[in-house]
Design a protein around this ligand. Structure first.
Ligand SMILES: Nc1ncnc2c1ncn2[C@@H]1O[C@H](COP(=O)(O)OP(=O)(O)O)[C@@H](O)[C@H]1O
Ligand SMILES: [Mg+2]
Length: 241
């Protein structure tokens, strides 16, 4: 078997008395698209933050292509080829869409200014953002901001992409296009870990789903089986508030 792109082994993270992630393990194989789902507060974003080096795990190991990356800074992790989007987009508010992508290509990928500009125009095109290239992000709507968030991470040319809720807030009519964009990203050889609540995106975009509840893995398998799993249904039905 090939070395997994990402291997999460026995990872635990506490916030004071709360165990946000509990002895969590999974592997992602090269070229695979994995979905991570679970009710609000399950620990999904915390897990992404741990993989990306924002938080240090209290125990457990994170390996990228076989090397331990636990404890590295987000900057180092980005340069290894891992990129992540934020659930709440975090662009530079006073820069235009184009400028934001150029900054990501220069600082996240180390491209020269001309190469960064060329890359930025390609990515704007790929994500249907060309008409908004000169719009400052302060003036962009939520859908465009989510696209821009994806554009900024693609500008770093990642081999592993961690996507935190890219389809949240989209209408039914907007879903096919985001699915197509995700397919194109995969076809370019990028391995994907997708966090998503929108079921249609989950079932169509990933090979395998892992379900998390209260920090623990409660199910793992192909989308069809996972959606029928009793523990999964109960976790969602039992979601309070
Ligand atoms: N920085 C933090 N400090 C304290 N508690 C946190 C912090 N980040 C997340 N949590 C808590 O950890 C749990 C998991 O949160 P999160 O990973 O954001 O869940 P999800 O993304 O699945 O909705 C929640 O109870 C949340 O309140
Ligand atoms: Mg979250």
């Amino acid at each position: 078997m090939e070395t997994p792109v990402l291997s999460v082994a026995g990872v635990t993270k506490h916030f004071g008395g709360l165990t946000a992630v509990k002895n969590f393990s999974f592997d992602v194989q090269p070229g695979e698209a994995i979905g991570l789902m679970g009710p609000n507060g399950a620990g999904k974003t915390t897990l992404v933050n741990i993989i990306y080096g924002i938080y240090k795990p209290d125990s457990g190991k994170i390996r990228f292509r076989g090397s331990n990356i636990g404890g590295l800074s987000p900057h180092r992790i980005c340069h290894l080829g891992i990129a992540r989007t934020y659930q709440i987009p975090q662009p530079f508010a006073t820069l235009t869409a184009l400028q934001n992508i150029i900054v990501a290509a220069i600082y996240g990928r180390g491209l020269s200014r001309p190469d960064a500009e060329k890359t930025a125009h390609e990515i704007l095109e790929q994500l249907d953002l060309s008409p908004k290239k000169n719009t400052v992000t302060l003036d962009m709507d939520e859908v465009a901001l989510k696209r821009l968030e994806l554009a900024r991470v693609l500008a770093t040319r990642p081999s592993l992409l961690l996507i935190d809720e890219v389809a949240a807030g989209l209408t039914e009519e907007e879903l096919p296009r985001i699915l197509e964009i995700l397919r194109n990203i995969r076809q370019a050889g990028v391995t994907i870990l997708l966090i998503e609540h929108v079921m249609k995106v989950m079932t169509e975009a990933v090979d395998r789903i892992i379900v998390m509840d209260r920090g623990e893995k409660i199910a793992e398998g192909n989308p069809g089986d996972v959606m029928k799993d009793r523990k999964v249904i109960e976790a969602y039905l039992g979601e309070p508030e």
